[in-house]
Write a protein that binds this ligand. Structure first.
Ligand code: G1P
Length: 290
């Protein structure tokens, strides 16, 4: 079994559900408390042992690439002013050189197409996919939980969790088979089903461990829901050929791609913040009582 070393973060989306905030900055750079949303997802990947992150970007997303690079001018000014704490903050988020790649998706043709755009950098290895719209609080993080399962079972694993029935049409939804603990066999899955046709209320949460054979399937995948090339449709085909499990992770997810999900994320990450937590709680309570 090849080790899991690479993760793909598709960040080409336009962020239309959070306009106008995303008119001139990528949605992944919107701050959640004191750092951009994408930082949490990168931290989750590195915590899980990922060694190389592949961003699938698009036009107007260069702020993400700049964020993960040195900022010489800023650092020089901070050094001159003796701002050591600020310099430490910057040093802590700087990835090791050569551990991030950036490839562009030239047109918004869907999540499946975005992953396919990363094929040359993925190569012939298993890889993780983390959708940066989705922040997940978990101890350890969701991908670290999944890598433990992967080490035991191999194959393909997707994170799932329950969603109210009325919301199943916004997600990929699985048809679970036999269940052992948090792990289910897979009978099927469907992208954005009609509410009455959904096979369960277990949604695909946005964390995947996939074998490289998915790339060949994506290559000739027909368009599906929303007229886009869907990763879910290619996974349905992969499921016929390889072991595939759904894992009900331990944690809470926040969909930062919509305004209320983003607000929930800010509130939760604020009250759990190691320095600001207690004060943030008071701020939120005061806001409610005035
Ligand atoms: C994508 C996936 C879907 C998954 C969702 C999680 O959909 O295609 O299967 O449930 O992310 O957020 P999107 O949100 O891009 O429409």
């Amino acid at each position: 079994m090849k080790p899991l070393r690479k993760a793909v973060l598709p960040v080409a989306g336009l962020g239309t559900r959070v306009l106008p905030a995303t008119k001139s900055i990528p949605k992944e750079m919107l701050p959640v408390v004191d750092r951009p949303a994408v930082q949490y997802v990168v931290d989750e990947a590195f915590e899980a042992g990922i060694e190389h992150i592949i961003f699938v970007t698009g036009r107007a997303k260069s702020a993400i690439e700049d964020y993960f690079d040195r900022a010489f001018e800023l650092e020089t000014i901070l050094q001159g002013k003796g701002k050591d704490d600020a310099l430490k903050t910057l040093a802590a988020i700087l990835p090791e050189p050569g551990t991030m790649s950036f490839v562009r998706q030239q047109a918004p043709l869907g999540l499946g197409h975005a992953i396919w755009c990363a094929r040359d950098i993925i190569g012939d290895e298993p890889f993780a996919v983390l959708l940066p719209d989705v922040l997940i609080q978990g101890q350890p993080g969701c991908l670290a939980q999944m890598t433990r399962i992967y080490e035991q079972h191999g194959g393909n694993i997707i994170a799932v969790d329950e969603v109210p029935k009325a919301e199943v049409d916004k997600y990929g939804v699985i048809d679970p088979g036999a269940k052992t603990g948090r792990l289910s066999e897979m009978r099927g899955m469907v992208e954005k089903p009609a509410i009455d046709a959904a096979p369960s209320n277990l949604k695909i949460t946005g964390r995947y461990i996939l074998q490289p054979e998915i790339i060949d399937l994506l290559e000739n995948q027909e368009t599906g829901a929303g007229g886009e090339v869907q990763l879910t449709d290619a996974m349905v085909r992969l499921m016929q050929e390889q072991p595939f499990h759904a894992y009900e992770y331990d944690g809470t997810d926040f969909d930062c791609g919509n305004r209320l999900g983003y607000l929930r994320a800010i509130a939760h990450y604020a009250i759990n913040h190691k320095d600001l937590g207690a004060k943030a709680r008071t701020v939120l309570e005061n806001a409610l009582s005035h």
